[in-house]
Design a protein around this ligand. Structure first.
Ligand code: SAH
Length: 348
């Protein structure tokens, strides 16, 4: 069975033509499943009975099952959702004044092995399919629907478990599906891909012709520190990442966001701030400082608030655009870096 939630509109149009249907059937199906929220083919009253039968034989409309649901005091929702093969991933909904942000996972586990992050602990189990990423948003939308406040997911960040550029094609399909105006219609500028710095991925992404955003998990201003924090830096050192980022900026004409985790006595010195200015200062990007979320899985400590503000202040004085990441859902372990695939029995 092919899951309809995983098919990008242009591909669905081809499928419809191959089925002997008119091309517009595809937009009709999209509008049924995403706008009218049909969950079965039987509801699609303007599609002939016989074609509905054909659809039922080959296609399904399956979304992940909700295994566990946690609600934070700040309204953040964390879901552990279960795929058809029993694998589970976490997905989080955060409420900002400007909208509801879904933090979507792109893989079950992660192969990148960053020393500060809980997601990579058990390695990568598998890539998620486009329908499994779309499914996370549909699950969150269903939760919002229950609240009857008329809210829905308006922004998407690929900042859950997994490395999006290690699952490139599925992630691009996912973006095109949720961005499509006949589908969930989530604006390109409301979609952010976050990467640990896979240079080839950055270069490919530059050429997709998308108006989506790119965030780079930098976390260190030199290779010596970055090698210790992020295993992937041995393969793609800072020089290679920054070359790809500059290419991205010139091709896509988009500014990038640099994510920079602040860990006490590891990467939060003034010298680091100085080096960071030298590294990215001329790229007109945004620096998003992330207070480190301590997990019992790593020995790192969060930098003090004074240090975080001093670090940010230095960057600002030197012309960088700086924001300090607001934290959500820390009472339910939903904050950055705390998501983990609770893989079968190995971890709670
Ligand atoms: N693989 C992608 C997507 C993961 S996004 C990437 O590396 O960008 C998750 C973000 O949270 C990344 O910037 C990651 O470095 C950061 N992060 C990981 N562990 C964290 C922790 N314990 N505290 C705060 N941020 C963390």
């Amino acid at each position: 069975m092919i899951n309809l939630y995983g098919i990008e509109l242009s591909k669905l149009e081809e499928v419809m033509i191959n089925e002997g249907q008119k091309k517009y059937r595809a937009t009709q199906l999209y509008s049924w499943i995403y706008q009218k929220k049909a969950t079965s083919f039987d509801e699609m009253s303007d599609i002939s009975l016989s074609f509905r039968e054909t659809l039922k034989e080959k296609y399904c409309l399956t979304i992940p099952k909700i295994h566990t649901r946690q609600l934070s005091t700040d309204g953040t929702i964390k879901l552990l959702v279960e795929m058809e093969d029993g694998m589970k991933v976490e997905t989080v909904l955060m409420r900002y004044s400007y909208g509801c942000v879904a933090c979507v996972s792109s893989q079950v586990g992660c192969a990148m092995g960053c020393s500060f992050c809980a997601s990579g602990l058990l390695g990568k189990k598998r890539n998620l399919l486009p329908e499994e990423m779309v499914g996370q948003i549909l699950c969150l939308n269903n939760e919002l629907e229950k609240e009857k406040q008329g809210q829905r997911v308006t922004h998407v960040v690929l900042m859950g478990t997994g490395e999006p550029f290690d699952n490139y094609d599925n992630v691009m399909d996912f973006i095109r599906i949720i961005n499509n105006q006949h589908g969930l219609s989530i604006g390109a500028r409301h979609i952010t891909v976050s990467t640990c710095g896979i240079s080839e991925g950055i270069r490919r992404y530059a050429r997709e012709g998308l108006q989506t955003n790119l965030a780079i998990s930098l976390h260190a201003p030199n290779d010596e520190i970055r090698n210790k924090l992020m295993n992937i830096n041995h393969l793609y050192p800072l020089s290679s990442i920054m070359e790809a980022v500059r290419e991205y900026i010139s091709i896509a004409h988009r500014r990038v966001t640099y994510e920079y985790l602040l860990i006490q006595d590891v990467n939060d010195s003034f010298e680091c701030a100085q080096q960071l200015v030298d590294l990215v200062g001329d790229t007109e990007g945004y620096v998003n400082l992330i207070p480190y979320n301590e997990t019992h899985l790593a020995d790192y400590k969060r930098s003090s608030n004074n240090r975080i503000h001093a670090f940010g202040g230095y960057l600002e004085q030197h012309g960088l655009n700086v924001t300090i990441r607001k934290e959500f859902g820390s009472d339910i372990d939903a904050a950055c870096g705390q998501l983990k695939a609770k893989a079968e029995g190995k971890m709670q």
